[in-house]
Every structure is written in structure tokens, then in C-alpha cells.
Design a protein around this ligand. Structure first.
Ligand SMILES: [Zn+2]
Length: 321
């Protein structure tokens, strides 16, 4: 285990891969950095996720502008995390769409989350002074929202699948192409961050609901695009297995009267053979273990992460004793 805090020592920019998933449907992946997507309608664009800063978002927009000059009518944000939302101003979107719970989370903890994520992942915050402030949705929903794309482009369906990575994750589903943008509910060969999660719901009914789309192409929150049913199913299975191993080991130590630090060590031992080489594994695990420990202790609503609390938990779980 390296001792650098979170991803603070990860300073080398990852190569970015632009992929056309179908006619007018795009994704940008970056070896474990947060993924983004875009869907062309007849006369507008829908963008999915905004990146951490307007400067980082503009690099993505420049690639899109080589394909289309349609204006961004909808910017869809899968959840409230800073590295996904704070680049929003670059899109000049007519509407910014989130789940209703995401609006509440931004009001409750958006500023704290910004400070926390900036300290954890400084590389992603390119030119942080370009961020004009918190990103606020202009349109929210609780269950499902359909965007008719116009012409023969079909519909884009935005759906809530239950509590998971946060209290308000949404996915974007393109039925005509069977393409699913899953946000951080599913990762493709990248570690899951569960520090704001509802582990029990996520590993059971929420992932069942995601799987029920029967996507043939899946863009997870991080990692490469999953092409075909087999890769899609593998991404969901891996995500579920990661959460379940975390749940089992943390619950076992807690039931035996152990400490949260011992739970972290047990989770590290259990998860690292299979997942230790995945992006952000070492960064995420202490926060993941602390959150599930809190859940088992009856803390249903995730405690707010701040740079101070991040350091405290890091030191308590990983520091010398
Ligand atoms: Zn997230």
C-alpha cells in the first residue's frame, strides 16, 4: 500500500479515448478517470456528465464539435459528485437535469463535497478557478423522464434505479441502440467508490434494475466501454461482487467485535487480490469501509465528507498506530 492520501499522488494525465458507439452517440473514456457521453437529437445534443471543471469539459466539447455543431439542450448529471458536475458551465445547456435527491444533496453538501473531492483528486480539477460555483439543476425528476430526440432518433430515457452509489443516481437509456450510460452505479474494471452509498440496496435491487435494461453497450462511470451482452453482464457482476465482498468482510469484523481499522484491513486483504490493481482502489477503500461501517451502525443517511473528515478517516484506518 502506498501512503499518499487518496489520489493526491496521481498527477499524470490519462490518455482519453473518444468512441462513437452508434450514429450520433459518443463516449469519452480515460483509463479509469470519470467517463462522459453525448447523444445527438435531430437538432440538439444531450450531454451526460460534465467533468470536474469547465476547462476539462471544453476538451471533451472540442471533440464533439468535430462531429456536430448542434447546441446542448440537456446536460444530464448522473449524481452530485464534484468531478462529474462542476464543469457544467462550459456546456451552455438550456436545461441541467438531475434526480430530485441530487438537488437536495447539492444544497446540503455540494460545497463540502467540492472541497473534499478537490483534495482527494487534484489532477482532475484542471484550472479550478474556471469553476464559477456550484452546479444547480434546472429540471429534476424522481422516477423517469423521457426526452424525445426528434426525427428518427427515438427517445432517451432517464431513469432512477434505486439508492446506490448515492441517494440520487440516474442512468440514461437509449432503447433504439440498447446503449446504457450507467454513471457510477456500474464501473468497468475500475474500483467502486461507496463513501456516499447505500450498499445493501445497491448490491441487490438497484443493480437488478440496471441489469434489467439488457443493454448491449454499457458506459460505466469509469473504465472502458462494455461492448456486447457478455461484457455488460461482466461489468455488473464485478460491481456487485466488489460491493458484496466489502459488505461481507466489514460486517464479519463488526459482528466479531472488531474495530473499523480491522475491518479496513480485512476488506483490503479480501478485495486486493482481484481489485487491487484497478484505478482508484487504494484511494476509495478507506472511505468505502467507513461508510459501510456507519451504515451498519444505523447511520442511514451518509455523513458529509469534508477535507478534515477525509484526513481523519484516512489516518484512523491507514495511518501508523
Ligand atoms: Zn460518484
Amino acid at each position: 500500500m502506498t501512503n499518499a492520501f487518496a489520489s493526491s499522488a496521481d498527477l499524470e494525465r490519462k490518455p482519453e479515448t473518444f468512441t462513437a458507439l452508434a450514429e450520433g452517440v459518443y463516449a469519452l473514456t480515460a483509463e479509469g478517470d470519470p467517463n462522459v457521453g453525448a447523444i445527438e437529437g435531430a437538432d440538439f445534443l444531450v450531454c451526460f456528465e460534465a467533468r470536474a471543471t469547465p476547462v476539462a469539459a471544453r476538451r471533451w466539447l472540442a471533440l464533439l464539435r468535430e462531429r456536430t455543431d448542434k447546441p446542448v439542450r440537456y446536460l444530464v448529471l448522473s449524481h452530485y459528485h464534484a468531478v462529474r458536475v462542476l464543469g457544467a458551465s462550459a456546456f451552455d445547456a438550456r436545461e441541467i437535469v438531475t434526480h430530485e435527491a441530487t438537488r437536495a444533496l447539492i444544497a446540503e453538501r455540494g460545497a463540502a463535497d467540492w472541497a473534499s473531492e478537490h483534495a482527494r483528486m487534484p489532477r482532475l480539477f484542471e484550472e479550478p478557478e474556471s469553476i464559477p460555483g456550484l452546479t444547480w439543476p434546472t429540471l429534476t425528476f424522481t422516477d423517469r423522464m423521457t426526452i424525445p430526440l426528434g426525427g428518427d432518433h427515438g427517445d432517451l430515457v432517464l431513469a432512477y434505479c434505486g439508492r446506490g452509489h448515492t441517494a440520487g443516481d440516474i442512468v440514461a437509456w437509449l432503447p433504439t441502440h440498447k446503449i446504457l450510460f450507467a454513471g457510477d452505479l456500474v464501473e468497468c474494471a475500475a474500483a467502486l467508490y461507496t463513501g456516499d452509498a447505500f450498499h445493501d440496496d445497491w448490491a441487490t435491487s438497484t443493480l437488478d434494475t440496471v441489469a434489467a435494461f439488457e443493454a448491449e453497450t454499457l458506459v460505466g462511470g469509469r473504465g472502458p466501454v462494455a461492448h456486447g451482452r457478455a461484457q455488460m453482464a461482466a461489468a455488473i457482476t464485478q460491481s456487485r461482487h466488489f460491493i458484496n465482498q466489502l459488505r461481507d468482510t466489514v460486517a464479519h469484523i463488526r459482528n466479531c467485535g472488531g474495530s473499523v481499522r480491522q475491518a479496513f484491513q480485512a476488506a483490503h486483504t479480501a478485495l486486493s487480490p482481484r481489485y487491487g490493481h484497478w484505478p482508484i482502489f487504494a484511494h476509495c477503500l478507506p472511505f468505502n469501509v467507513q461508510r459501510y461501517w456507519d451504515e451498519l451502525s444505523g447511520q442511514d443517511w451518509p455523513l458529509i465528507w469534508t477535507p478534515e473528515r477525509d484526513r481523519e478517516v484516512w489516518a484512523n484506518l491507514r495511518g501508523p498506530q
